[in-house]
Design a protein around this ligand. Structure first.
Ligand SMILES: [Zn+2]
Length: 249
């Protein structure tokens, strides 16, 4: 177990990066990567600014189905464990920065403060006036007009292929003071996770990787936590907090 007394004390700054693996444990299809297909379309064909310009009805239908799917899922034990870790760190005067590549709202619903670097399914944005709105009431296939300027269709507040991830300046600033870094449910071999992990190592942070399989580029100093996020994280967070671990079922 990696628990060390300084891990959870004032001055520590944990940066946690989560990816598709933690949402998959809630039963959510994520589509990104792996040549994912949706109704015969490659995801690249429905997740680009060009697709939105060329065929907004198809893109909107894809995102409305994904937005609706959020109503059917719940945060899992992995999400709750990270929210618990954050609360504990805040209580002892330490920092926790949770960055996610996921566009669902499961971290938020579990009680975490999160930087969603690829956007959020539950928000819509106006391309004309920039108005950003949280929308949890329109789930059919009609476009939603902008409440501010009446532009006829808001777009999903999602970072599409070819667009720049959100909050990168803040995330890079957070990485300057990282003391502990955890990558969870995201391939440590792929940008940006690999870049964050590398930056954390360079700064001498303790580094942890949770994934179903050992990534090829794991460094000797990384601690690898094999298994699904929902099984591994609750036990591991309990260990960090110095609690007796429940025995494995
Ligand atoms: Zn507008």
């Amino acid at each position: 177990m990696p628990s060390s007394p300084d891990s959870l004390q004032a001055g520590a700054h944990w940066v946690v990066l989560t990816g598709a693996g933690i949402s998959a444990d809630s039963g959510l299809a994520t589509f990104r990567g792996g040549g994912g297909l949706w109704e015969g379309h490659s995801v690249e064909d429905v997740a680009t600014p060009e697709a939105w310009a060329r065929d907004p009805q198809t893109v909107w239908r894809f995102y409305q189905m994904r937005r609706r799917a959020l109503l059917e899922v719940e945060p899992n034990a992995g999400h709750y464990a990270l929210a618990r870790l954050e609360r504990h760190l805040n209580d002892v005067g330490a920092r926790c920065t949770l960055v996610t590549q996921n566009v669902d709202d499961l971290h938020q619903r579990a009680g975490s403060n999160v930087w969603p670097m690829h956007g959020e399914l539950c928000k819509l944005r106006c391309e004309r006036c920039g108005h950003l709105t949280e929308d949890r009431e329109h789930f059919d296939f009609d476009f939603v007009p902008c409440p501010e300027c009446d532009f006829p269709r808001l777009r999903p507040h999602i970072v599409w292929f070819g667009e720049i991830p959100m909050g990168m300046g803040e995330i890079e600033a957070a990485l300057q003071t990282v003391t502990h870094f955890l990558a969870c449910g995201t391939s440590g071999a792929v940008w940006p996770a690999a870049g964050f992990l590398h930056a954390a190592r360079q700064l001498g942070a303790r580094t942890f990787v949770n994934a179903l399989e050992r990534p090829e580029n794991l460094a000797p100093q990384d601690q690898f936590l094999e298994g699904s996020a929902s099984e591994v994280l609750p036990r591991w967070v309990a260990g960090w907090m110095g609690e007796d671990l429940p025995s494995a079922p």
